[in-house]
Write a protein that binds this ligand. Sequence first.
Ligand code: HEM
Length: 141
Amino acid sequence: MANLGSLASLPAIVVVVEVAIFSSFAAAQLRPDYYASVCPNLEGIVRYSVKQSMVKSPISAPATLRLFFHDCAVMGCDASVMIISPTVDDKWRNYDDYSLKPEGFQTILDAKAAVDSDPQCRYKVSCPDIIALAARESVSR
Ligand code: HEM
C-alpha cells in the first residue's frame, strides 16, 4: 500500500522538477548569437534604420533611449510600451509615459519595418530585441 505521506508531497516535487526543467530550458534559449542564423544582417539593418531616423530628427536618439528605459522599468523589457490597446489603458498612455516623444516610437516602428522587409528576418525578430538594438545604436557613434 502506498505511503500517504510521500503521496502528499508528490505535487510539490513535480512543481520543483518542472521549474528546474523550464528554467534550464529558458536559459538555454538565451544566446548572444541567436540571430546569427535566423537573421544574419539584423544588427546592420537596425543600425542603418536608426541612422536614417537620426538624420530625420535629432530627437530620435534620446527619445529611443528613453523609450527603452520606460519599457524595461515596468515588469521587464517586453516591448509593452509599444502596444496600442482599444481599452486605452496602454503603458504609453500612463501618466509617467506622457512625455515620451513620438520620434522614439517612430524609430522603433521604422527599425521593425526594415527588419521585416528582409524576407529572411520577417516576423522572426522580437520587438524587445529590436528596441534593445535600436537603443544601443542610438548611443553609439
Ligand atoms: C527613475 C529614473 C528616471 C526618471 C525619474 C527620469 C525622468 C525623466 C524626465 C522627467 C525627463 C524629461 C521629460 C521631458 O520633459 O520631456 C527625462 C528625459 C530623458 N530621460 Fe529620463 N528619467 C529616469 C531614468 C532614465 C534612464 C535610466 C535613462 C537612460 C537609460 C533616461 C534617459 C532619458 C533621456 C534620453 C531623456 C530625454 C528624452 C527626450 O528628450 O526625448 N532616463 N527623464
